[in-house]
Design a protein around this ligand. Structure first.
Ligand SMILES: Cc1ncc(COP(=O)(O)O)c(C=O)c1O
Length: 368
């Protein structure tokens, strides 16, 4: 493992305080008249407002430690949005220029956010291959640019490790501090880094926990292996099953209609003030579906991958018609409490410091 240049180490130290260690929300709701509770990590509170900050920070840290990235190198990534925003911001914070290849149909907020961090954007049309075309073009540019760094989030195991070493342990410790154990975890699959990594850690602590990938029922990539339709849950279900996803490690797939996801995201904002994105609505619907199967006392955990600010020009702000099989019309949200961020004082073990990649003696994460 290469030791990091002092200036870069200091920058990582600053970023670690802004990324991860998010509160765990306990959201109380009624489903068909029965009172229930679901747990969701507030990943919208990360530095750029999404869960992808965790992946970008961890992946760059690992690359520095292995010596596969040098200070000032061009970072090149193909992304449907949040990953690009995370690499653009984290990359800039570490002193890197960033080039992003993305399908040209992503929301204007995402494109403008990328521009605001100074990233160079390469839009790729459907005719030019859309998402798969973005990946090919990013690889071509990396090939032509000596010294550049291609994170390759879909195939890079460091993506899963970000969640296995931090998101998963955070969930475990936050539940444990309230005497709870997870029965099930569910998360929409984009790269699959979240569901694979959190799944691995939770299984290591709770062998009976079930781990569920979620995808849009109107475009089920995991079930079919390819893109079979259109959907509006940006960030999940791209055009192929990512190489880091191993379905044999996971339990049954949860299918959520994108309209139901939109209605739930709208309800989370209007009823309880949680301004989250469409995939967060999908995750809540998926968690409620699982809880309905497992029993109203089951501890079902999910996450809110991003906030609603990137969707202000999308159907999230329009009237969404309800359909007979939707779950949201049967849900009444009552409110939430938040379980504290993980407190260093409670977890000052060497193992914890190693997981947080914090050298002993350095100030660790603080309680909220
Ligand atoms: C909004 C949103 N939700 C969910 C996900 C899925 O996360 P993962 O890539 O870890 O599967 C992403 C990934 O980019 C995302 O942007």
């Amino acid at each position: 493992m290469t030791s990091l240049p002092a200036g870069i180490e200091a920058r990582f130290h600053g970023l670690r305080r802004l990324i991860g260690n998010t509160p765990l929300l306990a959201i109380d709701y009624t489903f068909r008249g029965e009172r229930r509770r679901i747990f969701a990590k507030s990943e919208n509170l990360n530095m750029t407002g999404s869960v992808k900050d965790r992946m970008a920070l961890h992946l760059l840290r690992c690359a520095y430690e292995r010596g596969t990235i040098q200070p000032g190198a061009l970072i090149i990534e193909a992304t449907s949005g949040n990953t690009g925003i995370s690499f653009a911001a984290v990359g800039r914070a570490l002193g890197h220029p960033v080039a992003i290849f993305m399908p040209d149909w992503m929301s204007m907020e995402r494109v403008n956010l990328l521009r605001s961090f100074g990233a160079t954007i390469h839009p790729v049309s459907r005719e030019d291959g859309g998402f798969l075309g973005s990946i090919e073009k990013a690889e071509e540019l990396a090939h032509e640019t000596p010294g550049s760094f291609l994170p390759g989030q879909f195939a890079n195991e460091d993506n899963c490790e970000a969640h296995e070493t931090l998101t998963g342990p955070e969930i475990h410790y936050q539940l444990d501090s309230h005497g709870l154990k997870p029965d099930a975890f569910v998360a929409g699959v984009g790269t699959g880094g979240t569901v694979m990594g959190v799944g691995r850690y939770l299984r290591s602590q709770h062998p009976d926990v079930t781990i569920h990938p979620l995808e849009p029922s109107n475009s089920p990539t995991l079930r079919t292996g390819c893109r079979v339709g259109q959907h509006r849950i940006q960030g999940v279900s791209d055009e192929f099953i990512p190489p880091i996803v191993d379905l044999s490690e996971l339990h049954e797939i949860v299918d959520v209609d994108d309209g139901d996801a939109i209605l739930m995201a709208q309800m989370l904002a209007t009823e309880v003030g949680l301004g989250v994105g469409i995939s967060s609505g999908a995750n809540f619907v998926g968690a409620a579906m699982l809880q309905d199967k497992l029993g109203s006392d089951a501890v079902v955990v999910t996450l809110f991958p991003d906030d609603n600010k990137k969707y202000l020009s999308t159907d999230l702000m329009q009237d969404e018609p309800s359909k007979p099989d939707y779950l949201t019309p049967h849900v009444e949200l009552h409110g939430f409490t938040a379980f504290n961020r993980v407190c260093r004082i409670c977890n000052e073990s060497e193992e914890w410091l190693r997981m947080m990649r914090i050298p002993s003696g350095e100030p660790g994460p603080v309680a909220s």
